[in-house]
Design a protein around this ligand. Structure first.
Ligand code: FAD
Length: 342
């Protein structure tokens, strides 16, 4: 039921405290965005002089609560129950709503993933606070205002809109994976672990999840540790078969520039950049990509960037740690051969 909105009342939000990160996991493995959110969440919490909180939901997920502490949480709420083994909107959103009512967090952050968007959206329909989706910048105004400054691209990425939630709490946002830095994992950190009962029983849930089957075709750029990305310099869609071979040999995924997505050489879910995915793999290999600013904003935080381009003045070399000047059609097959030998 939607909570009552008190019209014309001066809001007093003093009982709402803490920045809460909703940790996302699948099969007991956390999504990297969860630790990235704890990184930014902790910065916000320090500015507001409050605790960094985390919520871990699932079954047999106590180890993730410990990880959340190592990545910056002061207190972790654990809803551990067989009902929560697989993500389902109803039980997960009920846990969140019950917890929010009980502990009254000032700010709640979710990953802007398929699951995070679904969950945050479902919760927002039960609260009067709304939700700022897909944020790429998060900050807070210092006390007494304590407002979350949630910024996201708007108007076809032509401007950045900062959205404020002035009247209600908690202030909620989903944040794009790969944009914020996780803190270094620190196993010496201590935190409080607090069990939180799941308010839903299996018989109350209409949907049953039998199993998850990984779609072989599905691209998972945000979690990939290696990305081999291709641009217009490939000369046509056939070039992506060669890039896929290199990506497979390195255990990675194939990315792309917008130019080739628009040309129909590869699907949009491969696109890296301002209007695609923001990624931060350990290794990003840019093949035949010029390095336009809209592409670079999506990959510049990769640990190691290798650029292959026949133009020595291509802007991509300015962000690359290693550059190879030459024709990709000669260089990439030689790399595949070398990687396969190892
Ligand atoms: P090009 O700029 O044409 O570069 C091709 C490169 O390949 C050249 O540097 C060339 O030297 C090299 N090359 C050619 N032949 C070879 C060869 N045989 N071997 C090696 N190298 C070779 N772009 C994105 O990528 N992602 C986005 O999210 C994105 N969002 C945008 C949003 C807006 C609002 C706008 C206006 C633009 C956006 N763009 C985005 C487009 C961006 O500005 C560029 O047009 C695009 O990134 C260029 O793609 P490209 O590097 O593949 O092609």
């Amino acid at each position: 039921m939607t909570e009552k909105i008190k019209q014309n009342a001066e809001p007093d939000w003093s009982e709402y405290r803490g920045v809460l990160v909703v940790v996302e996991q699948r099969d007991g493995k956390a999504k990297p965005v969860s630790w990235q959110l704890l990184g930014i969440g902790r910065k916000l919490a320090q500015k507001l002089e409050v605790d960094t909180l985390a919520l871990v939901m699932g079954h047999d997920v106590e180890h993730l609560a410990r990880e959340a502490v190592y990545y910056g949480a002061d207190k972790v709420y654990i809803a551990d129950d067989p009902v929560l083994k697989h993500y389902r909107t109803y039980p997960y959103s009920r846990v969140c709503l019950e917890l929010f009512r009980k502990i009254k967090p000032e700010i709640v952050l979710f990953g802007a993933t398929y699951t995070g968007r679904d969950l945050a959206g479902a919760i927002a329909t039960h609260l009067p606070t709304g939700l700022t989706a897909d944020c790429t910048m998060l900050d807070v105004e210092p006390p007494p205002s304590r407002l979350l400054l949630a910024s996201r691209p708007a108007f076809s990425e032509k401007m950045v809109a900062t959205i404020l939630c002035k009247k209600y709490r908690p202030q909620m946002a989903t944040a794009r994976p790969g944009v914020f830095d996780a803190l270094p994992r620190d196993p010496s950190r201590q935190g409080e672990m607090i069990p939180f009962p799941c308010p839903v029983k299996e018989e109350d849930v209409a949907a049953r999840v039998i199993d998850f089957i990984q779609d072989e075709q599905r691209v998972n750029l945000e979690d990939a540790s290696v990305i081999v990305a291709g641009g217009r310099g490939l000369g046509g869609p056939e070039g992506f078969k060669v890039l896929k071979e290199l990506a497979d040999a390195l255990g990675g995924e194939v990315g792309a520039s917008r130019a080739v997505v628009e040309a129909g050489w590869i699907s949009h879910d491969h696109q890296v950049g301002q209007t695609g995915h923001t990624v931060r793999p350990k290794l990003y290999i840019a093949v035949g990509i010029s390095g336009a600013v809209q592409h670079v904003v999506g990959m510049q935080n990769s640990d190691v960037i290798v650029a292959i381009n026949k133009d020595p003045n291509a802007p991509i070399f300015k962000v690359a740690h290693y550059g190879v000047v030459g024709d990709w059609a000669e260089i990439v097959p030689a790399m595949i051969e070398e990687v396969k030998k190892r």
